[in-house]
Design a protein around this ligand. Sequence first.
Ligand code: C2E
Ligand code: MG
Length: 683
Amino acid sequence: MPDSQLAPRAGFGGLFALIATMLLAAVLSLALVWSEFAVGYPSFSWTMFGVIAGLLVICEGTPRTWISLDRIDTVTLLPMYAYALLLLGSPSSALGVAILGNLVHSATRQQPPWVWLLHLSRTMVSVATGGLVLFAMSVRGPVTQFEKIPWRWALAIVLAGVAILVLDTVITEVSASMRRRVSFVASLRRGLALRLTAVGSLLSLAPIWVIGIDSSVVLVPLLGITTILVFTSTRRALERAQEAHHDPLTGLANRRSFSEHLGDVYGGVGAPAGGALLLMDLDGFKEVNDHLGHDVGDAVLVQFADRLTSSLPLNAYAGRLGGDEFAALVTWTKRHDDVDSMVQNLHARLTQPLIVQGFPVSVGVSIGVALVREVGRSGAELLHAADVAMYRAKRLATGVEHYHDDIGAIQTGRLGLLGDLGAAVRDNELRVDYQPQLSMTDGHVVAVEALVRWQHPKHGTIAPNDFIGLAEQTDLIGPITEMVLRMATSGLLELGAKDVRLAVNTSVRNLQDRHFSQNVLAVLAETGFPADRLELEVTERSLITNAHQTRDTIADLHAAGIRITVDGFGTGYASYQTLRLLKIDRVKIDLEFVLRLMQDPQDRAIVRSVISLAHELGLEVVAEGVEANETWDTLGAMGCDAAQGFWIATPMSLTSLWVWMREWQRISLSGDPACGASVDNAP
Ligand code: C2E
Ligand code: MG
């Protein structure tokens, strides 16, 4: 996709400011050239000019000699060299060199024309003003003859330098404030110290260059070394100053800076009416880290950040809020369609594989979009709304979601939910529903699966997919699993059906916990539930993450008589070798395959081979997601051992399960085992 598609629309204000700066640059430059030819400057050394122009071209073409303050703003040695030429007594050559340097810089950086024009005008305005200051104070010719320089000349040198520094900074900050839509004062507050340090220290070297070269060209290497040292220490100082505000890995703004920027943009009067906050979270990043190592993970984050900044409109402000979460504020967008196509393009770009250490690595990204027009201008609310939308995009696997007031069930994002989750565990807001599994041979209830729900005081019932992932990122997953286990084991004992097993889901982090098996056994001892009636469902992903600890945990649980089922089997992580080596009793075919069983011949082939291979390995097979009679019949013909799904029964409370089981028993005894639909959705 060409960059132009993502380029900002030049607002009238920005365009006007650019034209005004260009006009000012032209007027001041003409005035300076006129002053040179009208008054006449003593001839100057072409050798000096050659040396300085040559060094300038090299430096402007070498990114190592630039100090990047942001995507557009870069401090280079150009003002120093142009100032040196002014001091050598050739204003027009200083201007010529400024144009040349800007051209080389722009070509090396491949900047759009408006950025080049802005930088060029800025340099011309500041250099021409510096030259006019020297002219106004009657300084003519090279300022190298110390004994002949009256005090006025020394003052003129200082004033010319200060003029260059001030104008360079003011123009840069005006353009930055318009681009980022922050007030000039806010922009100056953040950028002033950095700019003054960087440009000021380099400018102060110009008189030394002039005097040095005038004494002897042999001093050039020495001056070069001095310049490199000053440049390097300036860069280091700036880097240190930026560390507090930037993420050290990607160089993007950190969470603190990003929030401050939001406040700057929308905090004051005259804040833009439009804008969109994009919150992005990588999909599958954990797998990259777990399987390919943290070095590759870091490289992915760095490349992703680069791709993000190069894909965003130039006036966007990007940040890494932590982990694999990024954000961007785009302030130019006014119309909804613009945001839509911009975000869709961005998503398409960001999801292309990254090449890390020569190999393609694919990570997805979920983007949540909050529009200022819809959400308001409070930074906190924008972040919250984008978070809600992003979380929804993740949950629905849609890639991009916009925040709308009618977004549905959960109006709180992960941040809000995470805050409430601790209290939910403490205040017993979690409850368990049960879904039965039937034997496919005789139709009796072989097991029930415990499925957790969160009864949120404000948001109503929240499904496990909306909070288990969050709990997995914190230490709450341990207490949650134990709580479900305690509730479900007591519940099943209350139900009294002694031949029905209980299946409880576990998370990757549970199996990696060295104390997990002991904790499970402690709960069983506490509730008196027999270990051989408990079945723990482990995800396929758990089997390959930190395999050593997982294997030990599974072995301990198995030794205690607990059965292990691989949940969502077939999604591609665990090999049959893994199943063979670990103490696995059952596999549960992933719901997606079963849901498509009747439509897709490939899914049918997969299910058939999973069943036969699992049987070869001595494992039992259960299919989840049985929604229709035909699916039941097809699975039965394939030899599947048990089935679970909405056609049999949806997940239900313990009381409903008790009623359902009695009804089911009555129907089975009447000799019609495969008529699950008749008791489906029991009250
Ligand atoms: P799962 O373990 O694969 O659970 C089955 C999910 O499929 C349940 O969703 C169930 O309602 C749904 N389902 C069952 N039959 C059908 C059907 O015929 N058609 C369709 N479309 N869906 C069906 P639920 O309750 O929303 O749970 C989602 C997931 O959340 C579970 O998937 C499990 O991975 C996780 N989960 C649930 N409870 C717990 C828990 O206590 N601990 C942990 N770690 N994870 C849990
Ligand atoms: Mg399960």
